[in-house]
Design a protein. Structure first.
Length: 405
C-alpha cells in the first residue's frame, strides 16, 4: 500500500477581481477537490500558503474556509495548511489547537523551534515526514542591523533563507533519515514565470533564491506563491499554482493540483488539471467588431465569463472613447461580464509641441494661432470656423473677467 498526498496552494479565499467575487468559483473548486480526494483515496492534503487573499479576511471568507474544513473532517484525509505572504499568522493560528483534534495541522508562521514544523504520517503500513514550512518573514531569517544598505539587506535575506532550509534538512537527517520526505515552502524561486496577481515578497522578489536552496533530501518540494503551475529546476520541485485564474494574465494557464504517490520507496508525480469554471478572455478590435463578438458570444462555462476589451481604431477620436465608456458602464450581454477596457489609436493626434517647428516655442504664437494649428490636424471637424469663433469668444470672456478683477 502507498501514501498519497495532494499538493495545492494559493486559494486566495475572499478574492475580488474588479467587482467580481470569486466565492462561487472557490465553492465549485472545493466540490471538485473533495470529489477528487475521495476518488483517488488521498491521505494528505497540502495547501502551501495564501489561504486567504487578505490578512484580515471577511466573515464570508472565513465561513467558506470553515465549511470546507467541515466537509474534509468527514473524509479520512489529513489536512496540512501553511501561511503565505497574504495570510495573517494570528488569524490562521487562532483555531490551531481545536483543528488539530480534527486532524487539521495549521502552521501560520515560523515557530521558535523548527521541530514543530515536522509532521510524521503513517498510513497503510507506509510512513513519511512533512516539513510544513510557511512563508518566512524578515524577522524569521535574519536580524536587522543599524545602517545596513539595501544590498546588505537582500544579501542577508538570501543567506537567511538558505540557512533556514539547511537547518530543516539537518533536522530531517538527524531524526527521520529513513523516511520519505516532503518539504513545503512559500517563496519566490529564480527563473519562474509570474503573473500580474502575485504580490511581491521579500523586497520586491529581489531576495529570490535558486532551487538548490532546498537541498537534496526532499523527495518532493510542494511550493506556493506563484500562480502558474511549473517545475523548478527538477521534476520533484513544483509550484502547483492557484486553482482559478486570479487575473487576465493567467487566462491561458491550465490550472492544476499535483498528486504524489509514495509506494515502497518509489515516488510517482501526477498533475491533475482543474476544470474551468469560468473563462477570462480578451476581446480586441474596433468598437463595431467587439460589439458583434459580444452579441454573438456563447459561453460554455458554469459561471459567467469575464472580459477585458481592447479597442483598436485607426484615428484618435472622442467618439470611440465615449463608446468604450458606455459599453463598460451600460451594456449587458448574456453569459459574459465586462470588467475593464482600454483603447489604442494607430494614428494618435499630435500635441501642440509636436506641431511646432525647430526653434519655435509656444510663446511665439497667440492662443488663437495655436488653436488654429490644432484644428488643422483634425479632418473630422467639418466647420472649423464655428469652433474658432467660439474659441475667440471664450478668450474675450476670460480677458474681461481678468480685467474686472
Amino acid at each position: 500500500m502507498s501514501i498519497k498526498i495532494l499538493h495545492t496552494s494559493d486559494w486566495h479565499i475572499g478574492k475580488l477581481l474588479s467587482r467580481i467575487d470569486f466565492s462561487e468559483d472557490m465553492n465549485l473548486f472545493f466540490d471538485w477537490l473533495i470529489d477528487l480526494i475521495e476518488k483517488q483515496s488521498i491521505d494528505v492534503l497540502l495547501m502551501s500558503g495564501d489561504l486567504f487573499d487578505q490578512a484580515n479576511p471577511s466573515q464570508q471568507a472565513m465561513r467558506q474556509y470553515y465549511l470546507f474544513l467541515k466537509r474534509m473532517v468527514k473524509i479520512d484525509c489529513k489536512v496540512v495548511l501553511t501561511g503565505g505572504n497574504h495570510d495573517s499568522v494570528q488569524v490562521l493560528n487562532a483555531p490551531k489547537e481545536l483543528l488539530e483534534i480534527l486532524d487539521v495541522k495549521i502552521v501560520g508562521g515560523a515557530p521558535t523551534d523548527i521541530s514543530e514544523l515536522f509532521i510524521e504520517i503513517e498510513k497503510n503500513d507506509e510512513k513519511l515526514v512533512i516539513a510544513a514550512v510557511p512563508y518566512l518573514r524578515d524577522k524569521d531569517i535574519r536580524q536587522s542591523v543599524a545602517g545596513e544598505t539595501y544590498d546588505d539587506k537582500i544579501s542577508q535575506m538570501r543567506i537567511g533563507l538558505r540557512n533556514y532550509f539547511e537547518s530543516i534538512n539537518s533536522y530531517y537527517t538527524a531524526n527521520f533519515s529513513n523516511l520519505p520526505f516532503v518539504l513545503m515552502g512559500h517563496l519566490f524561486v529564480q527563473g519562474v514565470s509570474i503573473s500580474e496577481s502575485e504580490r511581491e515578497i521579500q523586497i520586491g522578489n529581489q531576495a529570490s533564491i535558486e532551487a538548490n536552496v532546498f537541498g537534496d533530501k526532499a523527495n518532493y518540494v510542494a511550493l506556493g506563491h506563484i500562480h502558474r503551475p511549473q517545475i523548478v529546476g527538477s521534476e520533484h520541485i513544483r509550484y502547483c499554482g492557484s486553482p482559478i485564474p486570479m487575473s487576465f494574465s493567467e487566462k491561458s494557464d491550465k490550472k492544476q493540483v499535483v498528486i504524489v504517490d509514495f509506494d515502497n520507496g518509489k515516488v510517482k508525480i501526477e498533475p491533475i488539471e482543474i476544470p474551468i469554471f469560468r473563462k477570462l478572455i480578451t476581446l480586441k478590435g474596433s468598437i463595431l467588431d467587439i460589439k458583434a463578438k459580444l452579441e454573438n458570444y456563447q459561453k460554455v462555462s458554469v459561471l459567467s465569463d469575464l472580459a477585458e476589451l481592447i479597442v483598436v481604431e485607426e484615428n484618435e477620436n472622442i467618439e470611440s472613447i465615449q463608446a468604450l465608456e458606455q459599453l463598460l458602464s451600460e451594456e449587458k450581454y448574456e453569459g459574459i461580464e465586462l470588467l475593464k477596457g482600454k483603447i489604442e489609436f494607430k494614428n494618435k493626434r499630435k500635441g501642440i509641441s509636436d506641431l511646432l517647428k525647430n526653434g519655435e516655442g509656444i510663446a511665439d504664437f497667440t492662443p488663437v494661432e495655436l488653436f488654429q494649428k490644432r484644428l488643422a490636424q483634425d479632418e473630422s471637424i467639418e466647420d472649423q470656423s464655428e469652433l474658432l469663433n467660439a474659441f475667440r469668444e471664450l478668450l474675450e470672456d476670460l480677458n474681461q473677467s481678468n480685467t474686472s478683477h
